[in-house]
Design a protein around this ligand. Sequence first.
Ligand SMILES: Cc1ncc(COP(=O)(O)O)c(C=O)c1O
Length: 373
Amino acid sequence: MDAIDTLAQGAYRDDNGKPVVLKCVREAERRIAGNMNMEYLPTNGLKDFIQHSIKLAYGEDSEHVKNGSIAAVQSLSGTGSCRLLAEFQRRFMPGCKVYISIPTWSNHHNIWRDAGCEQDTYRYYKESTRGLDFEGLIEDIEKAPNGSMFLMHACAHNPTGVDPTAEQWAAISKAMKTKGHFAFFDMAYQGFASGDCVRDAQAVRIFVEDGHKIALAQSFAKNMGLYGQRIGTVSVMCADQAEAVRVESQLKVIARAMYSNPPNHGALLAATVLGDEALKAQWYVEVKEMADRIINMRTLLRKHLEESGSTLPWQHVTDQIGMFCYSGMTGEQVDRLRLEHHIYMTRNGRISMAGVTSGNVERLAKAIHEVTK
Ligand SMILES: Cc1ncc(COP(=O)(O)O)c(C=O)c1O
């Protein structure tokens, strides 16, 4: 643990603490190398990539993908997808507030603020159980004015690592439906949470199954390791194909003024991986390897914490899912980790499990025990 941001940054590392380029991506890169020109993509991006991307999210056999009723454009990864959608909300849903979970990925607040949308919050995390505040969440859905926008993390909630169960998602969907709310899912970690892309998309699919017309941000930063390539998709489910054409055209108008067109290289990489059965199968294996390494590190961290003599409860370390562990440490305890142990993380006690390795997990556990006992 010598890098200053080791446990702060949300980027996957291997068990030696090194950045990873997936083998399937290296192979896609090899196939593309020397064969592509450097022309602009259209404003809405690479068609093949978008089709693969929405199939991955909504399902290979999704009738909505098949009948063309999903408006979708390639975007600048998860952040750019949120930004486009926030702008779309400001233009076409005037007076509609966006409800954001407490806590959330801090950039959500920046994005909707800069888009000029009014924000409110909903309860999500329960300090006492370090789990979901399910009752608070449902109450806040019921209290919000009909037709509000709810921003939800599809899986691996950042920063808490706390996700609703399938049954809870079904109840959330029902409560949202009763109120006529609009669900916007930010899916930055499909496959990266459980290792299974279908399971990680369950919230999205439950809502779609219930007849919600959702919007969705997809990112290929974490699950395909394309961080700096800025590859993602934003999609909006519409009533029919004609409406999808109109919505897509408006998304293009917004994108045109913001950045003209999205990057070509990373979109070709993702389309090559997702469009080739063998490479796609390899990707599934590699995304699961990343998820499994993180799950293993959670088990080891909890084990070492318990063996260190700590009498505090640490079950939440293994209950939570995804890149982050919301440890429950206070800002002062995080300061002591930094000053006394040279271990660095965000002051809300969030540990990036991606930076935890079999080489540093024991030292981390002992240091956490020191500052929390
Ligand atoms: C919930 C959530 N949304 C979006 C993002 C954006 O990631 P990117 O823009 O790199 O795809 C992140 C990354 O940390 C995230 O955690």
